[in-house]
Design a protein around this ligand. Structure first.
Ligand code: ATP
Ligand code: MG
Length: 516
């Protein structure tokens, strides 16, 4: 953990970051000002006997500090960061350290005087993140992401492909397009408008509810079936039209209708339309806003529910028969669909989110009055960005990507110790003495050593443990070699063994790590 934190610290300092240590206990008042007591809801821990919360992130505190310390454009830009414990009452904590209710985050915040300057701070972070993950030895990819409850404009996530990941991403092997499924789009063809729009007709469809049932019953192409879903936006119903079995994307619909929009309850639906979920459609609805997925733009001769159980309507022409509010990209991309950039089939993979960078804008500075005087003496809100990295996740992903059947294989930059010193014959005084001498000598030269000097453990167990713990180099001190003034060195990754002169040990390790 310390190694990873230091690596992050070096790269954050290198882009001009200033390290803070902010309180984890926050006055709830700050969070009320930005409306995020509600936005976080049950995910934020509240203190029972004080008006305090445990911070899940620190935009509020940073905004508050900026409000009292930043006065003019001359005080900007700033990058403020910390590496600190965060608390989130995750509904489903899992996979060990990948999703905990308490975890360590490097979070940083940029404060700028213009959007152009924000772009610069954002790019500095993107570059620093690449360096951090490269140095940590991780294979990762970057995706365009949804800004979700944070608000703001641009946002990207750093992802590691993994079956245990809880994020889903669409990636193109050919052109490198990659996006979180929350925002991914593809070149799946639109419906084609046919020349003749036929007359609306009523179709009796007894007990037919799902798109698959309807398709089988009518023996028609799924693309002609317009699925209707109903959401509540505050108190108003919204009808959403999708093609056949296309999946409505929860995060896309939220960015269109707002975070509080929700699927309608069955009883509300019956009251609003007189029909059940399988029989809803866009014709004859009153008081509904109607929106549709872009694939349906201008389509005709569609079949949809009739707002009467057991009936559907055929030959719907969206231009002629429906008063549509707007078309949006609302569907979830599926594996194999053509890439929106190069038309190659997309892969859909699970991934672990390692880091996230956001252009926040002025949401928090507005709410907390974090203002500055610009060159013309005008008061303006500070433009903010926010950037996070999960420290435990770096370690977990590192192990996931760098191990074999014997255990962990640490990379040079994040290994807990440089060498694992294995004392083989721990009951022979002469061997103990030599091993201790080596240990002292290495320590003097700033080599970090994990010294296995356990007495009642067999050599076989020690070797297994050394492989399991995975330090890149093992130095094995045994009776056989020390009589010749030698020790054995094992490279954990390649398994290569070498017998070297005892007096060359320090040099050997320094060369391996390129240390001075
Ligand atoms: P997720 O989507 O996985 O819940 P998030 O988008 O809520 O994460 P951010 O608010 O962007 O997370 O936090 C920044 C980083 O902190 C994430 O990229 C991730 O590496 C890490 N992180 C977030 N939540 C957790 C958690 N519960 N346990 C461990 N690390 C976490
Ligand atoms: Mg995130």
């Amino acid at each position: 953990m310390k190694k990873v934190m230091n690596l992050i610290r070096e790269e954050m300092d290198a882009i001009g970051g200033q390290e803070f240590h902010l309180p984890a206990l926050n006055p709830i008042e700050l969070w009320e000002k930005t409306g995020r007591v509600e936005a976080f809801g049950d995910t934020m821990f509240h203190i029972k006997n004080r008006p305090l919360v445990l911070a899940p992130t620190h935009e509020e505190v940073i905004g508050w500090i900026a409000a009292s310390h930043i006065e003019s454009y001359k005080d900007l830009p700033q990058i403020w960061y910390q590496i600190q414990t965060k608390f989130r009452n995750e509904p489903r904590p899992r996979s060990g350290v990948l999703r905990g209710r308490q975890f360590i985050m490097k979070d940083s915040y940029s404060l700028d005087s213009s959007w152009e300057e924000l772009d610069k701070s954002y790019d500095l972070h993107a570059d620093a993140y690449k360096r951090i993950f490269n140095r940590a030895g991780l294979k990762y990819f970057i995706v365009g992401a949804s800004s979700g409850a944070m608000g703001g404009s641009g946002s990207q996530e750093f992802m590691v492909e993994s079956d245990s990941g809880e994020d889903t991403c669409a990636v193109c092997e050919k052109c490198g397009y990659a996006a979180n499924i929350e925002v991914a789009s593809s070149n799946i063809p639109k419906l084609t408008r046919v020349t003749d729009s036929l007359q609306l007709k009523e179709i009796h469809t007894p007990n037919v509810k799902t798109i698959d049932e309807l398709k089988a019953f009518l023996k028609v192409d799924e693309k002609l079936l317009a699925k209707s879903l109903v959401y509540m936006q505050d108190r108003s119903p919204v009808l959403i039209l999708m093609v056949g079995n296309d999946q409505l994307n929860e995060s896309k619909i939220q960015s269109v209708l707002g975070a509080n929009a929700r699927p309608v309850h069955p009883d509300e639906l019956a009251e609003l339309t007189g029909a059940d979920a399988g029989s809803i459609g866009p014709i004859g609805l009153k008081g509904f806003k109607i929106i549709a997925d872009k694939r349906l733009e201008g389509a005709n001769n569609l079949i949809s529910g009739m707002n009467k159980n057991d009936y559907h309507i055929g030959n719907i022409d969206l231009l002629r028969d429906v008063k549509l509010d707007a078309y949006y990209d609302l569907r979830t991309v599926e594996a194999g669909e053509p890439c929106s950039k190069c038309n190659e089939p997309l892969r859909v993979v699970n991934a672990i989110e390692l880091g996230h960078i956001f252009k926040l804008g002025t949401k928090y500075s507005d709410a907390l009055h974090a203002m500055f005087l610009d060159e013309n003496g005008e008061m303006k809100p500070i433009i903010m960005g926010s950037y996070g990295i999960g420290v435990e996740r770096i370690i977990a992903c590192n192990i996931e990507q760098n191990h074999d059947k014997f255990g962990i294989i640490w990379g040079k930059a994040v290994t807990p110790y440089h060498v694992h010193l294995v004392l083989v014959n721990a009951n022979v005084d002469s061997v103990i003495k030599v091993a201790e001498e080596i240990y002292e000598r290495l320590a003097k030269h700033n080599v970090e050593v994990l010294f296995d000097d356990r007495k009642n453990v067999s050599p076989g167990f020690k070797f297994k443990d050394a492989d399991l713990l995975g330090m890149p180099l093992q130095i094995i001190v045994g009776e056989k070699n020390i009589v010749n003034g030698k020790v054995e060195v094992k490279d954990r990754k390649t398994g290569e063994r070498q017998v070297i002169e005892m007096r060359e040990v320090v040099e050997y390790i320094k060369k391996y790590y390129e240390m001075n």
